[in-house]
Design a protein around this ligand. Structure first.
Ligand code: PMP
Length: 287
């Protein structure tokens, strides 16, 4: 449970952690965020997460609220105050609060910064990885700049809710041409009939997942071939293996897509190997 939340320079008790009613994050989804894995009290891949936050802020012309090192300090302190050993830390920056107006407020408005951390049971996550998860596919109804990590997550929330109604854990968005873009909160991967790993190339249609990038480092290190190209739902259903990547799920096997078993319906061997080796390639912060 989150006990303490960082809000604009103060560490507040959970029940008192609030932002202004006219925050632009609330009114316009004018905000960006990051979710970082915490392992044994240490941040995983913080450099890449902070760099991506910087990029998202720049794309939206939200001023960087503080130096990267200070953001990292806030994340660490939030983890410490919440006594999180294994879990996640969430950092959000909005353009700030001001009278509702589509136009950006005057430069004097300071961005709103919120940081919270919570524990996630490693054994629960491992249990999910042992059985694998089901996917539901649905049309990608999001905007054209999914490369920016904004809090505009209504299509993702609707998709995950629809997936849950079908006993699936994640939704895969599909573009107009029938190609999978990515998961509602993850990147999508398959291992094709030739044994090659496939994931969609980075364009504004998907988020460049930090877990995706780190996994690619691992693949290069072990000379495991991968291709960045779109794949169809049909190809995914006929794949040898499938999985998703995200900071919260790491490498998570996919065993069913729209009710159809993938491979023999159990987590694939390569997927399991990549999951167990993942942290070898990740940046683990010093304690
Ligand atoms: N795509 C989307 C749409 C996401 O929300 C996420 C998770 N934030 C990802 C991909 C995976 O990104 P990461 O590996 O950095 O968690």
């Amino acid at each position: 449970m989150t006990r303490v939340v960082y809000v604009n320079g103060r560490y507040l008790p959970y029940a008192h952690a609030s932002v202004h009613a006219e925050d632009r994050g609330f009114q316009f989804a004018d905000a960006v965020y990051e979710v970082c894995e915490v392992m044994a009290g240490r941040l995983v891949d913080e450099t890449r997460h902070i760099e991506r936050l910087g990029r998202s802020l720049k794309e939206l012309r939200i001023p960087q609220p503080m130096a990267a090192a200070s953001l990292a300090r806030v994340m660490r302190e939030t983890i410490r105050r919440n006594r999180v050993a294994d879990g996640i830390v969430y950092l959000q920056v909005s353009r700030g609060a001001g009278p509702r107006d589509f136009l950006f407020p005057a430069a004097a408005v300071s961005p709103t910064v919120v940081c919270l951390a919570r524990s996630v049971s490693p054994s629960k996550l491992e249990a999910a990885a042992e059985t694998g998860i089901a996917i539901k596919t649905m049309p990608d109804t999001r905007w054209a700049r999914c490369d920016i990590k904004t809090v505009m997550l209504l299509p993702a929330a609707l998709a995950k809710e629809a997936a849950r109604a079908d006993d699936a854990k994640e939704a895969w968005f599909v573009d107009r041409d029938g190609y999978v873009t990515e998961g509602a909160s993850s990147n999508a991967w398959i291992i094709d009939r030739e044994g090659r790993l496939v994931t969609r190339q980075v364009t504004p249609a998907i988020l460049r997942g930090v877990t995706r990038t780190t996994l690619m480092d691992l693949l290069k290190r072990h000379a495991i071939e991968f291709v960045e190209r779109p794949f169809t739902v049909e190809e995914a259903k006929a794949a040898r293996e499938a999985f998703i990547t995200s900071a919260t799920n790491l490498v998570m096997p996919v065993v069913r897509i729209d009710g159809q078993p993938i491979g023999n319906g159990a987590p694939g061997l390569m997927t399991q190997r990549l999951r167990s080796d993942f942290h070898d390639a990740a940046e683990i912060a010093k304690p």
